[in-house]
Structures are given as C-alpha cells and as structure tokens.
Unconditional design. Structure first.
Length: 259
C-alpha cells in the first residue's frame, strides 16, 4: 500500500496514543531489553599509580618583589594605606589586631617613624600609644611641636616602621625586607623636610644599621632627606638617664628646622 494512502490512518493512530498518555515513541521492531549479550565489553581500568601520590609543591611568592610592585603603583597616601591593608604576603598581618598606618598632618615638615608596634599600639591602631605616647607628647611639646598642634608649621606626622605588630619577639629581617618598600614609599609620598628615626627598627630598615644608643644624635640621610636617629620613648622609660640625650636631639631637630 502506498504510504501516502495510510497517512491519515497513521496520524489518527498516533493522536490516539497521545490521548491515551503515551510519552515515548516505540521502535519499528520489537526489542528485548532483558536479553544479555554473549560477550560484554570489558570496562577500561586505568593503570594503578605506583607509589604514593606526588606531594603538591606550593607556589613560592616573592613577598619583597610583590611589596615593591604594590608600593610603586600607589599614587597617594590613601592608596598606599589601602594597598598595605590588602597585602597578604606578610605573616605579621595574621597575628595583628589592628593595622597601624599614620597619625597627624601628612603635610608636616617633620615625619617621625616609630618602632614596630608594641601591644599598646596594636590595640589602639596608632604608631605610639600608652605611657610611651604620654612621654612622646611631652617631649615634642617642650619644643612647641605636636601631632595635633594648632600651628601647621609646628605639626608632626607620625608613623611606624611596621604596619603590624611583631609580637613579643624582635622584628625579623625577612619582615623588614618585605615592609621596607612600603615605608620608603610612605616617606616619598609624605615628602617631609626631615625624617626622625625613633628606634632600632626604623634605623635598620632605612639606614642598614643598628645600635640606636650609638647612632642617636648623628644626622644621616634617607631618600635624599636629613634623618635624625633618636631613642624611642619606650626605651627612654627603661633608661631615664638617656632623657638628657633625647633633649639634646630635640634641640638639634629644632635648630635644623630653623636653619
């Protein structure tokens, strides 16, 4: 019979099947789905690996290089602060409570760099805090200067050598190497006339020397600017006799500004 003659009959049969709830077309020939073939294809088995699995090798990141690239890309102090806060290649960040950046007017002629943050600074999030801050304010008030001085010409800009606390142990050379690009960029962007290095950490990072008791009072140079090493207020509290030397350093700073 011509297929054209059975079209309407075939269509009627299909429509009837749809009305009866058929959802899947049948084959044109019977299929025994329970028939088991004589031979079954063997499953492919991957060759077993000999020995223990290889140990993944961690990707080694050069923290100093990453810090240098990030610091160089910052165009102002706000960008530098954000960049340091987002930096993840310094282990000190994981144990710190707060990040320490700076305090005071960035336009000040004098930039003071404190030591690595101690527990008081870590809690407060400022470069110098606690009893050391009380002494610090008294020291600079004696030469009519301060972080919040009313006269912009007498204001000082205060920061710390590290943005995060190093804990109870002395700062490690590896951490200094990573954080030095940020500190140098901070100085460049603030552009002070004079830099005061308060403590061994700042001196080691920027001058490559330690021994603040020997270096204090001796003018040096940091990034083309005169730099004066001084003892940190926390050290002065432990050695009160050194306050006389600190007073001489403050007078030298005052004379340098006037000159």
């Amino acid at each position: 019979m011509d297929s054209q003659d059975t079209y309407w009959a075939d269509r009627a049969a299909l429509e009837w099947q749809v009305e009866m709830g058929v959802t899947e077309a049948i084959l044109d020939a019977p299929l025994n789905r329970y028939e088991v073939p004589e031979t079954l294809a063997k499953p492919k088995v991957e060759a077993a690996q000999k020995g223990p699995p290889p140990v993944p090798v961690p990707v080694r990141i050069d923290g100093v290089a990453e810090a240098g690239k990030l610091a160089a890309a910052t165009g102002d102090l706000a960008a530098l602060q954000s960049g340091i806060a987002a930096f993840e290649h310094c282990d000190l960040k994981r144990g710190a409570r707060k990040m320490v950046f700076a305090e005071g007017a960035a336009t000040a002629r004098v930039m003071i760099i404190g030591d690595a943050p101690a527990p008081d600074e870590d809690r407060a999030g400022i470069p110098i805090a606690g009893d050391a801050r009380v002494l610090f304010d008294k020291m600079f008030s004696a030469i009519d200067m301060g972080v919040a001085h009313d006269d912009p010409a007498q204001q000082i800009y205060l920061t710390a050598a590290f943005p995060w606390s190093a804990g109870p142990v002395p700062p490690k050379p590896a951490d200094m190497a990573i954080l030095t690009p940020f500190l140098e960029r901070h100085i460049t962007l603030a552009n002070p006339d004079i830099v005061v290095l308060m403590g061994n950490t700042a001196c080691q990072m920027l001058l490559g020397k330690v021994g603040i008791s020997r270096m204090r009072g001796q003018w040096a140079e940091v990034l083309g600017r005169p730099a004066l090493p001084m003892m940190h207020p926390a050290q002065l509290m432990q050695t009160p006799l050194a306050k006389r030397d600190a007073w001489a350093d403050l007078l030298a700073l005052q004379a340098k500004l006037k000159g």
